[in-house]
Design a protein around this ligand. Structure first.
Ligand code: SF4
Length: 187
């Protein structure tokens, strides 16, 4: 029997639907990423909310840190298990021929960044502070790397888009609008 579903699914980083999962001082909305979610509603896709990998790892009182703090074998193992569980769950949707069209991450997050991650600046080896001593470089967050490889194993090849968070929007204010346009064209 036919119903109204579009057959299109987008995976979203947990904090895009729940800013309370973010580290302190990083939220730019009271509840969720309004423009991004409104666009996704308009496009008629359903949202598959990924568990916040950092909460799985270390809970909600954690500090904001760069990628190198998360890029360790023990953390990768936990992230891989979470990514494999998601891929295992998504297999059902794939079997029904639904399309996993995109994964939307949180740009510059050490776990959920898509094209940018943070690293400590070279000169600041001691008394480092976030975000003062961070620079942003090309790279994917540790969890998204694991998710990409888990999805490849089930032959799912979505588009990968990173929503600029507070730090990136402060450095490059036009990046948010550019990302929304990109998302709009893609979906
Ligand atoms: S970016 Fe990822 S790790 Fe950070 S709060 Fe969002 S879901 Fe959690």
């Amino acid at each position: 029997m036919k119903d109204k579903r579009s057959g299109k699914i987008v995976l979203v980083a947990h904090c895009l639907l729940n800013v309370h999962s973010l580290e302190d001082n990083l939220a730019t909305y009271p509840g969720l990423e309004e423009e991004v979610i409104n666009l996704l509603i308009e496009k008629g896709v359903s949202l598959y909310q990924i568990l916040c990998p950092e909460i799985e790892l270390s809970g909600i009182f954690r500090k904001a840190l760069p990628k190198e703090s998360y890029d360790h074998p023990k953390i990768r193992k936990i992230y891989r298990q979470l990514a494999d569980k998601i891929a295992d769950n998504l297999k059902w949707y794939v079997k029904k021929d639904y399309k996993i069209i995109a994964v939307i991450g949180a740009e510059a997050s050490p776990s959920c960044g898509i094209e940018l991650v943070g690293r400590w600046k070279e000169k600041t080896k001691s008394k480092r502070e976030f975000p003062r001593d961070i620079e942003f470089i090309s790279g994917m967050g540790v969890f998204m790397e694991e998710l990409k490889s888990a999805l490849t194993k089930i032959n799912v090849y979505p588009e990968w888009i990173g929503i600029p968070g507070k730090s990136i929007r402060t450095l490059k204010p036009e990046s948010f609008e550019e990302t929304l346009n990109k998302l709009n064209k893609l979906l």
